[in-house]
Design a binder for this molecule. Structure first.
Ligand code: ADP
Ligand code: MG
Length: 724
């Protein structure tokens, strides 16, 4: 379609848009997890012994013996085939934010040529995708070319229904032939194990005798935009880059805040219902949904689950969200900043750690002893964020999240911790030695009891903090909406493991001196607070005062772009952190740096090409065509003796020329190569290409306000943002 036709057609079509017919949905009890081969389904399908064995594997991760694996595989196949599946697929999570799958049929033929089905334990447990095209950050070049997938039995298999039928999906890890992690799941499982081990040491020192395995939990709040597909189809930037590279601010944006928690448009309601039904079938506990701040923006939050399952579910949710949106005539945008000047989308990762015997260790308890455990775990997080702030920034770094972080709507690019008034003052008292006097003097009844008996701050909120304590968990608010939650979870679990190891060592030494337990805890926390208390900040994270004070007075780092953030992966302290906890070997870590850096560079280069293309082939022709119409009209009017005071041609010409000059500069800059290092190449993208893209955009957005509306080829912000 040429010129502005597709835009005009989109506008015409949207006028007649109606919600997709809403289907009456089945009760939750009928659909909940009906497509999941979970423990309840397995119990029905398996013999007592086989079930006992698989249950043990599911709950503790011990390997499954081959004989039981065969039995489980056969039961799984029967169950899946009854649900219409002819194929199965190991689904895995490469180092990018996507998921990958390779489908195989259950079918084999026998010597008579007849088709039979087969699915053995070894097929269930191990797959061999031709993974050579997945980014591996040189890992497989230095080792072996093959990669393989292996079922993660702690994450249940499920049926995925798509237009071409049902497939049995098997959540898997993805590794190189020599065992290096090529994915996001292996480090997550390892980080959990490291955290469990370290937490166990601390809890044992605290005199706990029965300690069940500890696990981390995650509840992710996902923000997203919906745009009518007719508009999206007329915007190559939305289709290919996931965001608008051009677009003047609409007369009405989000200034009125009338969208936040407002009534959900009917078309979106029907989409949400359909979407959530699909999630329920897959055993994903969708809990809340509402409008977000920007027009066309929404949020969904499932109830929290074990981190490994939550991470798999999060990926699955993004997939289902996009396909369901499509079925309802929307394009679902998970980009962190689809529209300049309008609020972006994040993914708040709520995180806690706990077990069945001590409960949630980030929940202040009802007794002073519980609260001592809580203070130690909370202190461990404070130390972790202070020591590894740059790492936390690096794991949320992407070309798209850079548009959001540091802007005054999202957490700043400075990592600090928000605790709430009450908890902050407890930690300050610890730092100043106030609690120690009481503890050492054995004056438990004169105050310490009370102080350690604090209650949670309900509803305490600081929306400007990137990392906030919210009563019984921490909320990492700076994570991007399109990102996998695994990276942030790995970083949080690992820094926690490291801090708990440090605490265990200090605590053991203090206790060995004969110091009483409460006093020992306070001594350790005092030392911790003196070194790391600087990272606690309860004020306005958006204010410019904080940006100055954080860096100049507190020595925290402000890390604005991915180019500044990713080099943290190569820091000796980070290499040591991951190696000492057994979460990532130095080569595995280095490969992640390479993959993420490459992704960053690629995303920016793709955007730069799109900017050049759209400006040259769509916007410039629109400006020229407007000028020629104006010229023809002014000439004929002039012939009739009518002179237009301001024909506007000069303004349009100046902007069009300015735009094309910027396009030429961008094209020249894009052709540059021969960088000395990846760091340098990333810096070039941030400092040169991004700046030139903005220069093109600035002229183009001015042109949008000058050229006749009927000639403008790209759907405008006000058209796309307000859903009909
Ligand atoms: P808000 O919008 O007020 O931040 P929501 O209720 O929308 O809170 O979402 C909070 C998320 O945190 C949900 O996914 C919830 O299940 C999750 N969550 C609650 N408690 C915990 C916990 N102890 N550990 C991890 N996640 C939690
Ligand atoms: Mg929220």
């Amino acid at each position: 379609m040429s010129g502005n036709q597709s835009r005009m057609q989109a506008i015409a079509q949207i006028t007649n848009r109606a919600p997709k017919e809403s289907k009456a949905t089945a009760p939750l009890s009928e659909i909940w997890a009906c497509d999941v081969f979970n423990l309840a389904t397995m119990e029905e399908a398996l013999s007592k012994n086989a079930f006992k064995s698989i249950k043990n594997t599911v709950q503790t991760g011990v390997p499954l013996d081959p004989a039981t694996a065969d039995v489980v595989a056969a039961a799984m196949k029967d169950w899946a085939m009854k649900k219409g599946a002819k194929f199965f697929s190991h689904i895995f999570y490469p180092m990018t934010n996507i998921t990958a799958e390779k489908h195989d049929g259950f079918i084999i033929t026998n010597s008579d040529g007849a088709a039979i089905t087969e699915f053995t334990g070894s097929l269930l447990i191990k797959g061999e995708p031709d993974g050579s095209s997945f980014p591996n950050g040189s890992l497989r070049m230095t080792n072996a070319a093959r990669g393989y997938t292996a079922w993660d039995p702690t994450s249940p298999v499920y049926i995925m229904h798509t237009a071409n039928g049902a497939t049995l999906m098997i959540p898997s890890v993805f590794m190189s032939w020599t065992g290096e992690a090529l994915d996001k799941k292996i480090p997550l499982l390892r980080s959990n194990a490291a955290m469990d081990k370290a937490a166990n040491k601390v809890l044992s020192l605290m005199g706990e005798s029965e300690i069940a395995p500890l696990n981390s939990s995650c509840g992710a709040e996902q923000e997203y935009f919906l745009v009518d597909e007719n508009f999206a189809n007329a915007r190559p930037d939305l289709l290919l880059a996931g965001r608008t590279l051009f677009g003047a601010s609409p007369a009405k944006g989000q200034q009125f805040d009338d969208h936040y928690f407002g009534a959900i448009p009917a078309r979106v309601q029907v989409f949400m219902q359909d979407f959530e039904d699909k999630l329920y079938r897959l055993g994903i506990p969708a809990k809340t949904h509402h409008n977000e701040v920007a027009p066309g923006q929404f949020e969904i939050a499932p109830y929290y689950e074990a981190a490994n399952i939550a991470a798999d579910h999060q990926q699955l949710m993004m997939t289902v969200m996009k396909s369901t949106a499509k079925a309802h005539g929307f394009l679902c945008l998970l980009h962190e900043k689809p529209f300049a000047g309008i609020n972006g989308s994040g993914k708040h990762v709520n995180w806690s750690v706990g077990n069945s015997t001590q409960g949630n260790l980030l929940d202040p308890g009802t007794t002073p002893h519980d609260n001592l455990n809580f203070l130690l775990f909370c202190g461990a997080v404070i130390r972790g964020v202070h020591l590894h702030g740059p790492l936390l920034r690096a794991v949320i770094a992407s070309a798209s999240n850079d548009h959001r972080l540091g802007a005054n709507e999202a957490p700043p690019a400075i990592l600090s911790v928000y605790l709430g008034d009450q908890l902050e003052s407890v930690f300050n008292d610890i730092k100043e030695g106030k609690l120690l006097e009481k503890a050492v003097g054995g004056l438990m009844d004169l105050g310490l009891d009370q102080i350690l008996h604090f209650e949670r701050d309900p509803g305490d909120r600081n929306r400007t903090s990137p990392f906030a304590f919210t009563g019984n968990r921490f909320e990492f608010r700076a994570v991007g909406s399109s990102q996998s939650v695994s990276g942030p979870l790995v970083a949080m679990n690992t820094m926690l493991a490291d801090s708990l190891n440090w605490i265990a060592e200090k605590l053991e030494a203090a206790l060995a001196n004969g110091t009483d337990q409460t006093a020992a805890v306070i001594i350790v926390l005092k030392e911790l607070m003196e070194a790391h208390g600087n990272v606690i900040f309860g004020g306005d994270g958006y204010s410019s005062d904080w940006h100055t004070a954080a860096v100049e007075e507190r020595g925290l780092k402000n890390i604005p772009t991915t180019a500044d953030a990713l080099p943290a992966f190569n820091e000796a302290s980070v290499v040591k952190l991951f190696e000492s906890t057994g979460v990532l070997s130095p080569v595995e870590l280095a490969s992640r740096y390479e993959v993420y850096a490459e992704q960053y560079i690629l995303s920016i280069e793709v955007e730069a090409k799109l900017v050049i293309d759209i400006a040259t082939t769509k916007l410039y022709p629109a400006a020229v065509s407007y000028m020629s119409t104006l010229t023809a009209t002014t000439t004929s009017l002039s012939g009739m003796g009518i002179e237009l005071e301001n024909s506007g041609i000069a303004n349009v010409a100046a902007e069009a020329n300015g735009m094309m000059a910027a396009v030429n500069k961008l094209a020249t800059a894009l052709a540059e190569n021969g960088f000395d290092s990846t760091d340098e190449h990333m810096k070039y993208c941030a400092d040169v290409l991004c700046v030139l893209m903005l220069a093109v955009r600035s002229h183009a957005d001015t042109l949008e306000g000058l050229v006749a509306d009927e000639l403008w080829p790209l759907p405008k912000y006000q058209e796309m943002l307000f859903i009909k």
